[in-house]
Design a protein around this ligand. Sequence first.
Ligand code: CA
Length: 235
Amino acid sequence: MSTLLIVEDDELLRDGLSAQLAQAGHTVTAAADGEFALALLETNRFDGVVLDLGLPRISGMELLHWIRKRLPALPVLILTARDCVDDRVQGLNAGADDYLTKPFEMAELQARLGALLRRARLPAFGGSLEVTSHSARRLRVDAKLPQAWLGDEPLELTQREWALLSLLVTHAGRVVSREDVLETWQTEPGEGAAAGVASNALEVYIHRLRRKLVDSGLNIRNIRGLGYMLETTQP
Ligand code: CA
């Protein structure tokens, strides 16, 4: 799975987090203060960081600034104390990818962290993804903005259509499972897992995307029982 760094000075919470995330299959390293965390970040490679903002020696916020400068693509989930709205806002402004307010459910931490790690695995993170069809119309999806272009023409997409298309383009020529799509949707801003998405709504979105890709030389194929695949059609 992933190699994670937990930075938390509360021993009970630190040990609990480490044990749970290790049990979920991750390789976990824990640091009790900012200085040790910084030393670890300088000498090791991590896939993600869970960072408490209230830390001794070097503060979580300082550490976050350092990470964003030196390791801009590293996913960071911050932990903030209850009632510290300022911390949360400052943390997000400083480049944290997500936050949780203490106390939190371990299941929610795992879900949010999982979403961050998946997003970070998208190639060309922060750039754009491209597929070129036989008809030489280039489909380009911006990996950050909800925007995509077919040739030079922008496609009109909702946030969900864009997320679905990004996922298909990222895995072009390979199968994307229904579960992958539903997971991606649930991590879009403003759409908590609680909102839920009926799996049959997916068919509707696939249908809409197909219509938008008509004559593009690209097709979204339904692989029965497995999911969907973006492929180029025969010339
Ligand atoms: Ca703390």
